[in-house]
Design a binder for this molecule. Structure first.
Ligand code: ATP
Ligand code: LTN
Length: 348
């Protein structure tokens, strides 16, 4: 081959690689109700990624049974979460939107990866420690190996990017460790995924205890704003948000409540933190809270409207998750074949 031709081909390869879309994977467990924290920290950031990348968005139902669930409620919640994904702007023409349990390879790969993950690594996971404290009567093996199933979710699709809130950073790190360990033993099987964590809004705090994370399974509904909360509920919850006694609307140490509300306003409206702070500098807490509440109402209004529209068309929603799972099964199957071959199983 002439030198020039070889150079041309190399250029074409580089171009191809640059043009190749990246794979994105993320998911939310169908527990509690989807809340503002999940929306600002995760789901909202998935929407713009759909244009540039190949995206898989999963309702991770298998993760949710690490905590006891009522079957009837879980079934309904799974459907509601998937419907909400679409209502939040996930587009079935661009992305795969489906249930984890509809792609058996998640559990199959999780089993394999369990054998490449150490007990010591899993016992260091913060989420495991927190959840085992919270559910002391049910510290099951699934709760312990939760990060392995999550690694399987991600590695199965040769994922490049995983958009999540900051609380998932540690789980992403262990997914990278497992992938590198497996690649070290068998060659390049998995792509090494990278966490995408927003600069602002990666950890929205509880409205009742602003030193802890807003969580969708909080027993106190006043602690969170659900994406489907009606405007008057949002306003009431905002009004009762815990603040402090110094009366100044500005960022500061020990001002977790105010810091959180400023962050919420900034992410909800897209206005920078600096200009948000300047905007409210001379306002009392009551008026400030009202303005934050209104911004959240406007942010969530179109989501709520689209959700109730979609609820009228369950067949459409079903067609989305069945078609998506068909494609996801094919992509996942390719990785499983490779994994089984590498570890020495007889080809299927
Ligand atoms: P649970 O209370 O049932 O554990 P959760 O509210 O912590 O649920 P997850 O299903 O664990 O929600 O998380 C879904 C996504 O939302 C993840 O990407 C997570 O990082 C993100 N997320 C969860 N809570 C917040 C929060 N308070 N602020 C920003 N992002 C969040
Ligand atoms: N553990 C995540 C949910 C989750 C996830 C994933 C997120 C399960 N599998 C894969 C990103 C990629 C949580 O938020 N608790």
């Amino acid at each position: 081959m002439s030198e020039n031709k070889e150079a041309d081909l190399t250029a074409a390869n580089t171009e191809n690689k640059a043009a190749k879309k990246k794979r994105v994977f993320s998911g939310v467990q169908p527990t509690g109700r989807l809340v503002l924290g999940n929306y600002l920290g995760a789901v909202k950031n998935w929407v713009p990624m759909q244009d540039e990348n190949e995206c898989c968005f999963c309702v991770v139902d298998q993760h949710s049974i690490t905590v006891r669930q009522d079957p009837k409620e879980l079934r309904q919640r799974c459907l509601d979460f998937l419907t909400l994904y679409i209502a939040c702007g996930l587009d079935p023409d661009k992305s795969l939107i489906y249930f984890q349990s509809h792609v058996p390879a998640h559990a199959q790969l999780a089993w394999v990866l369990n054998c490449y993950t150490y007990m010591g690594e899993l016992s260091r996971m913060t989420q495991f420690k927190e959840k085992s404290l919270k559910h002391q009567d049910n510290i099951n093996a699934g709760l312990f190996t939760y990060p392995v199933l999550m690694a399987a979710d991600i590695l199965l699709y040769q994922t490049d990017l995983v958009p999540v809130g900051i609380d998932q950073k540690q789980h992403l790190e262990i997914a990278q460790i497992i992938a590198k360990r497996f690649n070290g033993a068998y060659g390049d099987v998995f792509r090494i995924p990278e966490a995408i964590i927003p600069k602002v809004g990666a950890k929205i705090m509880s409205l009742q205890d602003p030193t802890s994370k807003m969580s969708k399974s909080d027993v106190n509904p006043k602690a969170y704003i659900a994406v489907l909360d009606e405007p008057d509920t949002i306003i009431k919850k905002m009004k009762s948000a815990v603040t402090d006694s110094d009366g100044k609307v500005e960022y500061g140490d020990g001002k977790d409540g105010i810091n959180n509300l400023l962050t919420i306003y900034s992410v909800a409206t897209g206005e920078s933190i600096e200009s948000t702070q300047a905007r409210f500098a001379n306002l009392g807490y009551g008026d400030f809270k009202m303005q934050v509440a209104e911004a959240v109402v406007e942010l969530l209004r179109p989501v709520r409207e689209k959700y109730y529209d979609l609820k009228k068309n369950e067949d459409y929603v079903k067609s989305v998750y069945t078609k998506s799972a068909d494609v996801a099964n094919k992509i996942a199957g390719r990785t499983m074949d490779k994994v089984y071959k590498k570890i020495g199983f007889i080809a299927r």
